[in-house]
Design a protein around this ligand. Structure first.
Ligand SMILES: CC1(C)[C@H]2CC[C@]1(C)[C@H](OC(=O)c1ccc(O)cc1)C2
Length: 228
């Protein structure tokens, strides 16, 4: 990894670590009582703070703010669900003190999300956990996901590709460095991005089923997912 690639990576990793989910959100997971409404409110807080963290992280991706402004919005809206699942998969499979993970899983299971969405979501968490990604890989994989050129309404594809390519190159080198005995590790990481895309569909279903039961989202979530 060259000197400038190291500097490039440091910007992304520091930003990824700086913008963690506020402790008060995760702390509440253990305290609040245990009804479907309470659980939904907690998940709403969690999702809202994850979107805020996503926006901050994205702004620090080298070159992102020099993209066309409408394309910046299109990339954020197009990747929000995937980035959220990626981050919560990492939080769930690594950072959570044990006991938290089970509580969070239980709250997710009892928040009015339909069962058919649960399975693919928890399968994804397990498949991410099994990869034992290091922090740099997590940060870069999230940045690669955000800089996906073929999101809906993106006008200047080549400009996004020019940002994503160096990211992929650094990620490839990182994988070889941290997983020397698994030559296919990088390919497996990118395979997770394909699995992530399927979750977009389930997520839309989940939002719709919540709306049916007249559940309230926050303005930020309404804006990023064009609901209400
Ligand atoms: C862990 C998750 C990624 C999984 C369950 C909670 C999440 C933070 C996310 O919740 C929402 O998207 C969501 C959207 C709107 C809302 O009011 C509440 C949650 C789906």
């Amino acid at each position: 990894i060259t000197k400038e690639q190291q500097a490039f990576m440091k910007v992304i990793v520091d930003s990824y670590n700086r913008h963690q989910i506020p402790q008060d959100v995760t702390k509440k997971l253990l305290q609040e009582q245990y009804s479907a409404e309470e659980n939904f409110i907690l998940l709403t807080e969690m999702a809202t703070s994850q979107v805020q963290v996503l926006v901050e992280f994205t702004k620090n991706i080298p070159g992102f703010l020099s993209l066309d402004h409408e394309d910046q919005i299109a990339l954020l809206k197009g990747s929000a669900v995937e980035a959220m699942f990626l981050r919560s998969a990492q939080v769930l499979s690594t950072k959570m003190p044990n006991g938290h993970t089970e509580v969070l899983e239980e709250r997710i299971r009892n928040s009015g999300i339909s069962e058919e969405f649960m399975t693919p979501m928890f399968n994804f968490y397990k498949s991410i956990g099994k990869l034992h990604m290091v922090q740099e890989e997590q940060a870069l994989l999230t940045a690669v996901t955000i800089l996906t050129p073929d999101r809906p309404f993106v006008k200047d594809h080549p400009a996004v590709e020019r940002l994503q390519e160096p990211m992929l190159e650094v990620l490839r080198k990182l994988c070889a460095l941290h997983h020397p005995r698994e030559p296919q590790y990088f390919a497996r990481l990118l395979g997770r991005l394909t699995e992530l895309r399927t979750l977009n569909h389930y997520h839309t279903e989940m939002l719709t089923s919540w709306r049916m039961n007249d559940q309230k989202f926050t303005p930020l979530l309404c804006e990023i997912w064009d609901v209400q």
